[in-house]
Design a protein around this ligand. Structure first.
Ligand SMILES: *Cc1c(COP(=O)(O)O)cnc(C)c1O
Length: 424
């Protein structure tokens, strides 16, 4: 990688939420193995981000690599319309085994955002099939993040999201304040009051409530009470409104349970997974629903969605391999250990006067600052400390691969403390 490659990139390639030319320095990655990224300038950094929640087993994992190689030699892709294949069938079997009993049907999509689009369409189609066409709105919570396509964007946080920019283009849905009861806080009735009132008055037009269970991710890394989630389920049942769980960030062990909904022992009607579904190897997502939903829709006709790369065999094979690794159960102790070590390692930050609070849940650690970071200043300081961390807004946060060692975790936490201190 030469300097001119990087200059070419900055001029011609858009990066996430970026500008061309890029306003930030880019770090080129040569290769990655385990929890380490090898940068083209020769440095090796510990990845604290799992490449945005995905690489739960680490990079270059022998089991994952073999599964993808074997699948390439058999077939990389085949259309899913009228055709089917073993990787899709096997991954579906695993997903149905992993999820609660009523969930029986799987729709494979290309990315998290598309999964959310499909989930929304599923909910809308369900009510249309029941002749309740007036139920065509969603109810959600502020502080959510559901992806960057139109449907998902419309339920993202209305203030920090992209609503202002796309007013008039996005469908309008209903919002209530974000869950106000922290993960360890005692749930009280007043926490759910606004939601209850809104649901009571709007249930005739609301098709579904959409929520990220337990952890609101990219909308603020906010952890909330399982009892709150339980109450949301109860109220949805009471008012005949479907419940969509977006487990794209939380699924596959990240919060200490296989799925975050297990903290609250609740079952959604529709559930989206993505990100870690393939161990981060390929882009793939899945929308799962109860038999009641699929039967109702299919009594009137087909589901109106069908992507070109639906159930891509390479991605499904990676998914099956990832399920194999998860099925050893090693992740349970790994995530519990990461939780403990993140508490130990990040708590010292709480003493700094620039820090509002430190919070940890499962393999997610968050240092929330009082002021937003200045990205161009803070970003290069992490590789200088031997780690890769990408903050956003007031949040310096990590969700490392489950396979990270104690020593690397310590380095990661120390690096965060050092960098946060340096901006005091
Ligand atoms: C990342 C994310 C999405 C969007 O997934 P993409 O693969 O980026 O389209 C949707 N919902 C949640 C909760 C996410 O964390």
């Amino acid at each position: 990688m030469t300097q001119s490659d990087l200059e070419f990139d900055a001029r011609h390639i858009w990066h996430p939420y970026g500008t061309t030319p890029s306003q930030y320095e880019l770090f080129a990655v040569e290769s990655a193995s385990g929890v380490r990224l090898r940068l083209s300038d020769g440095r090796e950094v510990i990845d604290g981000m799992s490449s945005w929640w995905c690489m739960v087993h680490g990079y270059n994992h022998p089991v994952m690599n073999q599964a993808v190689k074997d699948q390439v030699d058999s077939m990389s892709h085949v259309m899913f319309g009228g055709l089917t294949h073993k990787p899709a069938i096997e991954l579906t079997r695993r997903l149905i085994e992993l999820t609660p009993e009523p969930i029986k049907t799987v729709f494979f999509a290309d990315s998290g955002s598309v999964a959310v689009e499909v989930a929304i369409k599923m909910a809308m189609q369900y009510w249309q099939c029941k002749g309740e066409t007036h139920k065509n709105k969603l109810l959600t919570f502020k502080g959510g993040y559901f992806g960057d396509t139109t449907g998902g964007m419309a339920v993202c946080d209305p203030d920090s999201g992209m609503h202002q920019l796309f007013t008039g283009i996005l469908p309008e849905h209903h919002f209530v304040p974000r869950p106000g009861c922290g993960f360890d806080e005692t749930f009280e009735d007043h926490h759910i009051q606004t939601f209850r009132t809104e649901l009571e008055s709007l249930n005739h037009q609301v098709a579904a409530v959409i929520i990220e269970p337990i952890v609101q991710g990219a909308g603020g890394m906010h952890f909330y009470s399982p009892d709150f989630l339980k109450k949301v389920r109860e109220l949805c049942d009471e008012h005949d409104v479907l419940l969509i769980h977006d487990e794209i960030a939380t699924g596959f062990g990240r919060t200490g349970k296989m799925f975050a909904c297990e903290h609250a022992d609740v079952i959604p009607d529709i559930m989206c997974v993505g990100k870690a579904l393939t161990g981060g190897y390929m882009t793939l997502s899945a929308v799962m629903c109860t038999e009641e939903i699929s039967k109702t829709i299919c009594a009137s006709g087909p589901i109106m969605h069908g992507p070109t790369f639906m159930a891509n065999p390479l991605a499904c094979a990676a998914g099956v391999a990832s399920m194999d690794i998860l099925s050893t159960g090693a992740w349970i102790d790994q995530v519990a250990n990461i939780e403990k070590k993140l508490w130990d390692g990040l708590s010292p930050c709480a003493e700094l006067n620039t820090v509002d609070n430190v919070r940890v849940l499962g393999a997610i650690g968050v240092v929330e600052l009082k002021e937003p970071v200045v990205m161009s200043e803070i970003q290069p300081r992490f590789p200088e400390q031997g780690v890769w961390v990408r903050p956003f807004g007031k949040l310096v946060y990590v969700m490392p691969p489950y396979v990270i060692s104690d020593e690397d975790l310590e380095t990661l936490c120390k690096a965060i403390c050092t960098v946060v201190k340096s901006i005091s």
